[in-house]
Design a protein around this ligand. Structure first.
Ligand code: AN7
Length: 348
């Protein structure tokens, strides 16, 4: 049954009987075994993908937003605010409307996928686009929060991390143990922080954490902020992650790594998921598979067997960014409206 992450994992979350639960029944997402991908890329391990794109607003952000918005209502807030590469704003706008709060959203102009922008708008958020990037937007909303009584719902808000850690709980509940390796995209680094917190709270034997940034937006890999981050994976086009140190802690405590994957690697993983497994994700999510392919080629998994379990997180739905899908494929042929012409186009 879908009940939402607060009800499901109440005792692990910062809620009491007095907390009003604002939920859209997020969580309980599929954990899909992807054997076609395992075969195609000669993975020596079992690969499961946590498909977070089927959350109510199409991304993992809903797990954190249900807690952040519920706590905002409990505190008596009227306004919530976020900077966003798109998914946070979509989720904040939806949960705020359910809670009758007003949502304020600051986005980098021109680099938000269309689906995400449409969500923030249709849920009635007040959206301002800045002539700058996500890092500039986050700085601005932090300054606004210091001056005005508005609640920040970016992942700097600890309630977001609390909610998002429930995805690790679900993985452990589904597998009966933690995976051996856990791979995921890294942008502002809240989600890797949340997963690692979740694993630490839930089990003694924990996975090796593998985080992947986009090559030209890889501050943690390069060791310094990136002034002008670029990537087609606009969700993770972030040059100065807020949870930088916590992501490094997750990496180091787990004996893991944070590395980068190129846009070409991301796009080829994006197409492989869609063509081989019927899973449509947004480009940022495909960096998970791109990273696993890269590391398998480097023989990183040489000790793995079919007993080894790797879990990868697919953070957002492909419909978020339909432009990218269309650009990545052959365009439909346009023919006259006769059966003969259609058959010819199909080579029948
Ligand atoms: C699909 O919406 O930062 O490392 O403002 O949308 O926790 O930032 C989105 C991030 C991965 C990276 N995949 O997660 C935002 C935002 C998708 C995302 C990430 C994001 P974090």
């Amino acid at each position: 049954m879908k009940i939402g992450v607060i009800h499901k994992y109440r005792k692990h979350l910062p809620v009491t009987d007095k907390t009003p639960v604002i939920t859209l029944q997020e969580g309980s997402t599929p954990l899909l075994r992807v054997e076609n991908i395992e075969k195609e890329f000669n993975f020596p391990f079992q690969l499961y993908l946590k498909y977070e794109g089927v959350n109510p607003t199409g991304s993992f952000k809903d797990r954190g937003m249900t807690v952040a918005i519920s706590k905002a209502v409990e505190k008596g807030c009227e306004y919530v605010i976020c900077a966003s590469t798109g998914n946070t704003s979509a989720s904040a706008a939806a949960y705020a409307s359910k809670a009758k709060l007003k949502a304020l959203v600051v986005i980098p102009e021109g680099s938000i996928a269309l689906g995400k922008l449409s969500q923030a708008m249709i849920h009635g958020a007040k959206v301002v686009a800045i002539k700058g990037n996500f890092d500039d937007a986050l700085k601005i909303v932090r300054e606004i929060c210091e001056k005005y009584p508005v609640e920040l719902v970016n992942s700097l808000n600890p309630n977001r991390i609390e909610g998002q850690k429930t995805a690790a709980f679900e993985i452990v509940d589904a597998l009966g143990r933690a995976p051996d390796f856990h791979a995921m995209p890294v942008g502002n680094a809240g989600n890797i922080t949340a997963y690692w917190k979740g694993y630490k709270e839930y089990c003694a034997i924990r996975p090796v954490m593998m985080g992947f940034q986009a090559a030209k937006s890889a501050p943690i890999v390069e060791g310094h902020p990136i002034k002008k981050p670029e990537t087609i994976a606009t969700a993770i086009r972030i040059g100065n992650p807020a949870s930088w140190k916590k992501a490094e802690a997750a990496r180091d405590e787990s004996g893991g790594l944070i590395d980068k994957v190129t846009d070409d690697e991301i796009l080829s993983a994006y197409k492989a998921l869609a063509e081989l497994e019927g899973i449509f994700v947004e480009p940022a999510s495909a960096s998970t598979l791109a990273g696993l392919i890269k590391y398998n080629k480097k023989s990183y998994f040489k000790k793995a067997t079919k007993e080894t379990i790797v879990v990868g997180v697919l953070t957002g739905h492909g419909l978020k960014d339909p432009d990218r899908a269309i650009k990545s494929c052959f365009q439909p042929e346009i023919v006259e409206a006769t059966t003969a012409k259609v058959c010819r186009a199909f080579d029948l």
